[in-house]
Write a protein that binds this ligand. Structure first.
Ligand code: MF3
Ligand code: CO
Ligand code: CO
Length: 276
């Protein structure tokens, strides 16, 4: 059965143990700051995501902005990962590693950042268009963003994680896209990846009930083709097995008395492309 624990000491980092934490005002305040920096970083990247830029250049910007704000990139040194963000291009589903690769006209790109601010993790990602992008890729991005938003509409006390999952799945499959099952959203806070696991496809009313104080990510990955993914030799880069395009958006949210607070909304309204 699902267990919950009301967090009474926000300074204490409790390990992941399957119990769902219910955070108080201090947790929400911490997440607001971390989410704000995460969103600011994604906003600042907009003019830099252009043909010819290398993914390492973009990672350098993320690193600089993070440390200048007195924060730490959560991915740096995380389970052997050595970069400050993930950059996933075209058929890369998630966890693309920044490097020498340069962006080219027509690419679609997800950038996923997680600054740690005062111990709290602000985890968010958005899609970016590189130059002129084909209509079918833009359509995938629109539907993926709609999936995230429809999921968040279900994020309120009394609903279950399955209600979020089902809203996402129905919208994606209604457009004949597929939902990736191999990666999920997650509890977030003083831990990067905490309980519960937040699925993006499932039955209404299934899974843990949502309660005020829960803090977690919703981060659907939607493919044009089949849902199957494989991880490349580098141990991180996840790609669609059929090489079809994949898109993802991610927000960190907290369940309130009557809905949810989105910690990672763009202050500039740059939540989804086109950003021009
Ligand atoms: N930010 C990713 C997430 O949404 C996790 C990246 S872990 C890394 O959960 F090591 F691949 F960077
Ligand atoms: Co996440
Ligand atoms: Co993320």
């Amino acid at each position: 059965m699902t267990q919950y624990i009301t967090v009474t000491d926000d300074d204490r980092v409790e390990a992941r143990n399957g119990v769902i934490k219910l955070h108080g005002p201090d947790g929400f305040a911490g997440m607001r700051k971390a989410g704000r920096l995460a969103a600011d970083i994604l906003d600042a990247l907009v003019p830099h995501v252009v043909p010819g830029v290398s993914t390492q250049d973009l990672d350098d910007i993320v690193y600089q902005m993070t440390v200048e704000a007195g924060a730490i990139p959560a991915t740096l040194g995380y389970r052997g990962y050595t970069k400050s963000c993930c950059i996933s291009i075209n058929h890369v589903v998630c966890h693309g590693i920044p490097g020498d690769k340069t962006l080219k006209d027509g690419d679609i790109v997800n950038i996923d950042v997680t600054p740690i601010v005062g111990g709290w993790h602000g985890d968010t990602s958005r899609m970016y268009l590189v130059g002129d992008v084909p209509l079918k890729a833009k359509k995938l991005i629109d539907v993926t963003y709609e999936c995230l938003m429809l999921g968040l509409e279900q994020a309120r006390p009394g609903n279950h994680l399955g209600d979020i999952a089902n809203a996402i799945q129905r919208h994606a499959e209604g457009q004949r896209y597929s939902v990736v099952r191999d990666f999920c959203g997650h509890g977030v806070g003083r831990l990067f990846h905490d309980s519960p696991e937040v699925i993006h496809a499932g039955r209404p009313g299934s899974g843990p009930e949502l309660k005020p104080g829960m803090i977690f990510t919703v981060e659907p990955m939607i493919n044009i083709g089949r849902p199957d993914v494989k991880v490349l030799e580098d141990g991180w880069t996840a790609v669609t097995r059929d090489r079809s395009l994949s898109a993802q958006f991610e927000h960190s949210i907290g369940i309130t008395e009557d809905g949810c607070e989105v910690f990672t909304k763009s202050p500039k309204g740059l939540d989804k492309p086109p950003y021009a």
